[in-house]
Design a protein around this ligand. Sequence first.
Ligand SMILES: Cc1ncc(COP(=O)(O)O)c(C=O)c1O
Length: 376
Amino acid sequence: MKLFDVYPLYDITPVRGKDVFVYDENNTSYLDLYGGHAVISIGHSHPRYVSGISGQLQRLGFYSNAIQNPLQAELAQKLGALSGCDDYELFLCNSGAEANENALKLASFQTGKARVIAFKNAFHGRTSAAVAATDNKNIVAPLNAQHRVTFLEMGDTTSLESELQKGDVCAVIAEFIQGVGGLDEAPAGFYEKTDKLCKQYDSLFIADEIQCGYGRTGDFFAFQKYNITPDIISMAKGMGNGFPVAGILIHPSIKARHGMLGTTFGGNHLACAAAIAVLDVLKEENLMQNVTEISAYFTEKAKSIPQIKQIKGRGLMLGLEFDFKVGELRKKLIHDKHIFTGGSSNKKLLRILPPLTVKKEHIDTFFDALKTILPS
Ligand SMILES: Cc1ncc(COP(=O)(O)O)c(C=O)c1O
C-alpha cells in the first residue's frame, strides 16, 4: 500500500534522537533547531521521559475515561502549579486541532452563539471549526466552510468591537505569537482590549497556546506577558514532547456537564505519563529560565548579521527575516550543515523552534554555519 502523498519530504531519515540532535541511519547527526515543529520541549529521548513512558507501559498503557485515572489528577495538579493557572480546569485530548475544536465548541455551548472571530494569517488546525478559523483557503473544504468565521486584522479594535456588538460571536480565538503565519504579534494593548471586549459582549476569549505555550517563550504561556484572563487556553505540541497529548484549560466560570465533551484516547495513561515527565523536567531543569537566556544570546548574535533584516518572535519561538526567500537556505542548512530549521507562510522567514534544552554552543554552531552560506 502506498502512503497518501500529502507531505513534501526532505530526503532524510532520522532513526534516533538525543537532546537537541537527531541521527539518521548512517549515524549522521543533525542539530534540531526545528523541534519537529515546536514539539520537542525537553529534548529528544530525555531519560526521565523514556523511563516515565516505558514504566507506565509496563504497568498499564491505556484505559478509557470511564474509570478513575489518578495520573490525570497528578498532571492537572503539576500543570496548574507550573503554569500559574491552577484555578482553571483541565480537559485532555490528543492534538492541537482537537484542543481548538473543543475550545470553540465549548464557547458555543457556553454562550449559545455560533460565529467565531479569528485573525488574518491565523493557523488553528485542520478539524472542522479549527480549520474554518484558519486563514488559508487551500485547506478549508466546503464542509468546513459552513462555519461562520470572520477574519480581522490583528490590532483592529474598531472592527473587533463592531463585530462583537452584533451579539452572535461565541469566541475570539488568537495565537499570541502567530506560528505558521510568520511570528507576528498584535500591537501593544490589543490583547487587553480584546479580553475586555469579549467580557463586555459575552464572547469567550480563546488563547491558542498550542505552539507558543508550554514554556516556549520563557513564560509558561505567551499570553502571560499581558494582563488578561482568557476563558479557554488550548495546548498541545510541547506538552508531550512528541507523545500525542493535548488539552484545554477552562476558566471556572464555565461549568461542566456530563457528556459535554469527550474522547476515547484523550488523557490515557501513557499520554499522562509523557506529559507528567515533561512538566517534571521543565521544572527541575529550569528550562523556562534557559529559554530566556538562550533567546537573548541568539538575538544578540543575530543582530550582528547584516543579511538578517528583522528578528521576530519571543523566547525560543523565533524568526529571522531576510530580503530573499529562504527555501534554498534551509536546504543548504539541512544538507550541507546538518541543521534543521523551519519555514512559514512568510517565505522570507527562517523559523527557529529548538528543544528548550538548547545551549549557547548549539547557537554558535548555527550562526557559524549560517555565515558560511549566506549570500554576501
Ligand atoms: C497555533 C497552532 N494551533 C493549532 C495547531 C494544530 O495542531 P495539530 O497539528 O496538533 O492539530 C498548530 C499546529 O501547527 C498550531 O501551530
